[in-house]
Write a protein that binds this ligand. Structure first.
Ligand code: ATP
Ligand code: MG
Length: 566
């Protein structure tokens, strides 16, 4: 069972598609997800993936995965494989796997068409001069002295650019549009640049590489994309997207529609920043469980179901916003709450001796796997004379409202019975080494006192049967909501020094220690945990805390706000 809602909330893009199908503008729809293979995907990309694949699936359409591999310098095969894995993990399958580089020849021929119709020219100004001539938002640009070069000369130079006769940055092909346009993107944009570089798919075949705007719209048209969904920063590029397709014999003219990027607080989401974190060793790789990458979230234990439900719930609009990390974490809690088997684990153990329990014996208790889902069955929990409890669940000198274990006090051991603490044993340094308790046999399940109420219930694990595991507690990677937004400060200064806390010897029920990558649990009272899919090995289990049971940040933020008021 999953917590995903069956009903898709509508949005403006869905409405456009419904209309296009109703009016017969399209018989079916085709969308695409077009990542640049220069890094791993992050949670923001998941928004675009869910939208593109989701809307096509809903209307019986198709979705292509197209790598936008037009920059030979930054892209590679490993990133492609990682992206494919991430899309599949999210639960989507593409109809066709394509590459912008598949279209290099066609893109080149369309460029020849532009030149022949007098709509493109070979530029000799340097990149810096081009920038200078471009003008500003307030002032129009100036026309390049090379703008009126004869067609024959343009064709000759462009072909020689392609053949590798010129050095990087010496010449460029520009579209001849309008240097006075109020939209700077329309001021004779560069269409091709020289890059004497090897491409990971086309090798040394090409010495010129198309710019994004040229490659993107034409790739869309070649694939028969009906709705080209992209983020808001491309809104000002739409006139150019349309101009290019209007000025070549394109097979069709897809409609570009922009929507707001998904942003989260307490993290950074551009691939450039994520790459910096990885390359500078500030995190342990792209799949570090603290990273907002899909690989990191997967390793952390976030489920694809939760991520899909999250983006469905957030919806799609044109309004930019930053979503609180707590909202994503809540989506994960909602999903895991329904599906995660319950178990007991002690993160910071202190020993309890049940002095009236027979030595050397194990009693097997029956406990529900999930209190609200009987279909998940029961599990056997070993009870022995010596058990572990959480160090924080005992206080020698507690405040009045402390209802867990205290000297002379009673507390219920979850799934077992009520115990009373009689003795506190300490070592020479005054550290507590053992707590001696007696249990009340009448409060076992099935006994007359089973429902006797005490105020506190604590979790525990048999000392004889419990097994040690390493546990990693991940917290937010940054200490401020918008690490990139602090002017004149480097975002690295806001890295949270406590974002990763490693516990070496937590104690879990045996079946948890024997679990495998992908297994997840609710540890009663402490949170949701899963096996680390990289470091957890048989005999040396490592588990990550996926998320706490409640949003402790919401409480901290509330307390901070209140402290500010007082
Ligand atoms: P970044 O700035 O993080 O590197 P990008 O836009 O350069 O992202 P691409 O690989 O070009 O990354 O993105 C592929 C697709 O994912 C594009 O259509 C882009 O609009 C979309 N996308 C990227 N980031 C987000 C986001 N935060 N929310 C929604 N869609 C996004
Ligand atoms: Mg990009």
């Amino acid at each position: 069972m999953s917590s995903e809602t069956a009903v898709t909330p509508t949005n403006f893009i869905r409405n456009i598609i419904i209309q296009d199908l109703e009016t017969g503008k399209h018989d079916g729809i085709i969308t695409r997800f077009p990542p640049e293979p220069n890094g791993h995907l992050h949670i923001g990309h998941a928004k675009s993936i869910c939208l593109n694949f989701g809307v096509a699936a809903e209307f019986g359409g198709r979705t292509n995965l197209r790598f936008d591999d037009t920059n030979p310098l930054k892209e590679n095969e490993d990133f492609m494989l990682a992206i494919m894995e991430d899309v599949r993990w999210l639960g989507f399958e593409w109809d066709e796997l394509l590459h912008a580089s598949d279209y290099f020849q066609q893109l080149y021929e369309y460029a020849l068409h532009l030149i022949k119709t007098g709509k493109a020219y070979v530029e000799e100004l340097s990149a810096e001069e081009i920038r200078e001539y471009r003008g500003t938002l307030k002032e129009p640009g100036r026309e390049s002295p090379y703008r009126d070069r004869p067609v024959e000369e343009n064709l000759d130079l462009f072909e020689r650019m392609k053949a590798g006769e010129f050095a990087d940055g010496t010449l460029a092909l520009r579209a001849r549009i309008d240097m006075a346009s109020p939209n700077i993107n329309m001021r004779d944009p560069v269409v091709y640049r020289i890059r004497n570089a090897s491409h990971h798919r086309t090798g040394d075949e090409w010495h010129i590489y198309p710019m994004y705007d040229w490659a993107h719209g034409i790739s869309d048209a070649i694939e028969g994309i009906t709705h080209s969904l992209c983020t808001l920063e491309f809104e000002d590029h739409r006139p150019l997207y349309d101009w290019f397709l209007d000025n070549i014999p394109a097979p069709c003219h897809p409609r570009q529609i922009e929507f707001a990027r998904g942003n989260l607080d307490y993290t950074v989401m551009s691939k450039r920043r994520l790459r910096e974190l990885v390359e500078e060793g500030l995190v342990n790789g792209w799949d570090d469980p603290r990273m907002p990458t899909l690989a990191g979230l997967r390793r952390r234990g976030f489920t694809p179901e939760a991520i899909r439900a999250f983006w469905t719930e957030m919806g799609v609009s044109k309004a930019d916003s930053i979503i609180s990390m707590g909202v994503l974490e809540n989506a994960v809690r909602n999903d895991l709450n329904v599906r995660a088997p319950r178990t007991m684990a002690v993160l910071d153990p202190v020993k309890v001796v049940l002095t009236n329990f027979p030595e050397g014996e194990t009693e097997w208790l029956e406990a529900p796997v999930h209190p609200q889902d009987e279909a998940m069955g029961t599990r056997k929990v070993a009870l022995t004379r010596e058990i572990w409890i959480e160090r924080g669940d005992f206080m020698e000198d507690p405040p009045r409202k402390f209802f867990r274990m205290k000297p002379g006090g009673e507390v219920r051991l979850r799934n077992a019975f009520i115990v009373q603490c009689n003795d506190v044993i300490k070592d020479e340094q005054g550290e507590i080494t053992e707590l001696h308790c007696t249990f009340d046999p009448d409060t076992r399940s099935g006994m007359p006192g089973a429902s006797r109420k005490v105020k506190g219930t604590i979790h525990w694990v048999s000392a004889e049967h419990g097994r040690p595991v390493e546990i990693r507690l991940c917290d937010r990677l940054f200490t401020v909501p918008n690490p990139l937004g602090e002017k004149d400060r480097d975002y690295r200064e806001f890295l949270n020094p406590h974002s990763l806390d490693v516990i070496q010897n937590a104690i879990v029920e045996p079946h948890v220690a024997d679990g495998a990558a992908g297994d997840f649990y609710q540890f009663e009272r402490t949170g949701y945990f899963c096996h680390d899919n990289v470091d957890s090995k048989p005999g040396r289990p490592v588990l990550n805390r996926i998320v706490t049971l409640r949003d402790s940040w919401a409480r901290i933020e509330k307390e901070m706000a209140q402290a500010g008021k007082n």
